[in-house]
Design a protein around this ligand. Structure first.
Ligand SMILES: Cc1cc2nc3c(=O)[nH]c(=O)nc-3n(C[C@H](O)[C@H](O)[C@H](O)COP(=O)(O)OP(=O)(O)OC[C@H]3O[C@@H](n4cnc5c(N)ncnc54)[C@H](O)[C@@H]3O)c2cc1C
Length: 538
């Protein structure tokens, strides 16, 4: 048995929801020596970095929070259904202070590499400050949407005005008043930012590659009586979201969209539309994700809404999604998004109708042979999702192999928690777990609890390594791919399918299990109960 004593029992990388909870669990419940490294100045992760106007959660706040601090569930008051970024950041700061977590966190420090030593059974972890520390376990709490994707557009460096990516928005904000502003992208972030920027800018030009299906958020104050009821029923809520498909209180209609009358269908669609939020996406007819004909009916409803909201038929046509099924891209929630295109100061440049972006010039953007002068460019171009932040860790596992090498054809993991060849390394909401297809705090808590229990069990049985077995991993990868192949998901050029990054191998990144997060949780529990079946412990 290796005898070397590491400096830390565990290194946790990242201090968002995942890192905060992982530290709390390992340090305060297991009594381990843990250090968290975070590239940002403080805790928060997503809610530290994404400061663009309109940034807010799309999950209902009463479930977009930690459920392990039951007292805080009662004490904390969210100001609206989907709080804005500063409020969520304040919440995460509060949790860190309340549990005295920052004393074990190192900020403004990026992990740039780590290697596994098979003799000592330890990781050596390197920082961008030139330090190296050893630890028995490394836990990636690096987030799924944290590796910024700035597209490699010709002339990017030539622009003389101000430009930024939405996830690197300056802390002091940007004053758009009286400015000509471009937003590049029309994904979920852009859909939040565009109506806000349009209110300030003199002229807002939106560069769209693919039109999205947006549904109304219906943000606002939550009825105090509903807040009271929810607080009285938190134990029930937590149990329901843990057992649910998407980590939310949304359930499919247990019928085919094709088996009901047109009137009944329209009533259901209206009900979901009026409810707002993810209801239309995640509580629709059960065959919506599987059957093109059923999906077309849902898509058609949204297309009709677009046409009835956007006054200019030519603009409505550009905003109407084509060529992919509804729900197969991340659902953007809209607050006055479509209405914004009725404003005089808003221009839509569509890659198909008007021509794609060709070049960023010193003074603006050239698309379809035409120059659009700008003072400010906002890139709402998303992330190298899920695998990006993990690859950027530059880990060297057994035999010096890197994630870049073992994931050359797409991610391969066991349960989205571990990777064969990388002992004692865990990923929170890693690729091939439900992750981004769920309400994230639910999936984060499930992984944190599983990893903590696993480390606890290893210590009790005096094991020093755990590693996913290649056969178990192969089976899991095949299972993930088989399940998604039966859905409409592979037909979209979405970031779920790795299609937003040139050269990224086309692969479905999360896990869309047959019983959702509830079924996935049970699978993980079974694995643990069967002495970590599919893992090798030594
Ligand atoms: C704009 C936006 C809105 C979202 N809205 C929702 C929502 O409504 N519902 C939902 O469920 N999810 C939402 N998400 C997903 C969101 O990322 C998760 O809900 C959650 O915040 C993830 O927490 P995390 O701690 O796992 O990751 P993150 O919050 O991404 O934190 C990861 C941290 O790791 C740090 N890090 C990464 N690599 C390194 C390194 N090498 N060294 C040091 N530090 C590193 C990063 O700096 C970051 O702070 C949203 C995401 C975005 C971008």
């Amino acid at each position: 048995m290796p005898t070397a004593t590491p400096e830390f029992d565990a290194i946790v990388i990242g201090a968002g929801f995942s890192g905060i909870h992982m530290l709390k669990s390992l340090r305060d419940h297991l009594g381990l020596k843990v250090r968290v490294y975070e590239a940002g100045d403080t805790v928060g992760g997503t809610w530290y970095w994404n400061r663009y106007p309109g940034a807010r959660c799309d999950s209902d706040a009463y479930i977009y929070c930690f459920t392990w601090d039951k007292q805080l569930l009662q004490e904390w008051e969210w100001t609206e259904r989907y709080p804005e970024q500063p409020e969520i950041l304040r919440y995460l700061e509060h949790v860190a202070a309340r549990h005295d977590l920052k004393r074990d966190m190192v900020f403004k420090t990026r992990i740039t590499g780590a290697e596994w030593d098979d003799k000592s059974h330890l990781w050596t972890v390197h920082t961008d400050k030139g330090d190296a520390v050893t630890a028995r376990y490394v836990i990636a709490a690096v987030g799924t949407l944290s590796e910024t994707n700035l597209p490699n557009i010709k002339g990017l460096e030539n622009f003389k005005g101000q430009s930024c990516h939405t996830s690197r928005f300056p802390k002091e904000g940007i004053d758009f008043t009286g400015k000509r502003v471009a937003v590049v992208g029309t994904g979920a972030t852009a859909v939040q930012a565009i109506p806000e920027i349009a209110q300030q800018a003199k002229q807002l030009t939106i560069f769209q590659r693919t039109a999205n299906y947006c549904v109304p958020a219906r943000n606002g104050k939550v009825d105090p009586e509903l807040v009271r009821k929810r607080k009285a029923d938190y134990d029930g809520i937590v149990q329901r979201i843990k057992d649910s498909f998407f980590g939310q209180e949304h359930y499919f209609i247990p019928k085919s969209a094709l088996e009901v009358s047109a009137e009944e269908r329209e009533r259901d669609f209206d009900r979901m539309w009026d409810a707002g939020g993810f209801a239309f996406w995640l509580a629709n007819y059960k065959d919506m994700f599987f059957t093109q004909e059923a999906n077309d009916l849902c898509a058609d409803y949204i297309k009709r809404k677009i046409r009835s909201t956007v006054k200019d038929p030519a603009i409505a046509e550009k905003l109407t999604p084509k060529g992919y099924a509804y729900g197969t891209k991340r659902q953007p929630l809209d607050t006055n998004y479509y209405e914004t295109f009725n404003k005089e100061n808003v221009l839509l440049v569509d890659a198909k109708a008007d021509g794609p972006i060709e070049e960023i010039t010193a003074t603006g953007i050239r698309a379809g042979g035409k120059e659009y002068p700008q003072d400010i460019i906002v890139f709402a171009t998303g992330f190298d999702a899920m695998t990006g932040p993990l690859k950027a860790l530059h880990l060297k596992g057994r035999d010096g192999r890197t994630l870049d090498q073992v994931w050359a054809e797409g991610p391969r993991s066991y349960l989205g928690i571990a990777v064969a060849g990388f002992p004692n390394f865990f990923t929170i909401t890693g690729p091939q777990s439900p992750s981004v297809l769920s309400n994230m705090p639910v999936s984060i808590e499930q992984h944190v609890d599983w990893i903590s229990d696993c480390i606890d069990a290893m210590r009790k049985s005096e094991k020093t390594t755990i590693e996913a077995m290649p056969e178990a991993q192969d089976q899991w990868v095949a299972h993930v791919n088989e399940i998604v192949a039966a859905t409409l998901m592979p037909g979209a050029n979405s970031w779920y399918m790795s299609a937003n990054i040139p050269g990224k191998p086309r692969a479905f990144l999360p896990y869309l299990g047959p019983e959702g997060v509830g079924g996935y949780r049970r699978k993980c529990e079974e694995v643990a109960a069967h002495n970590y079946e599919g893992f090798e412990l030594a």
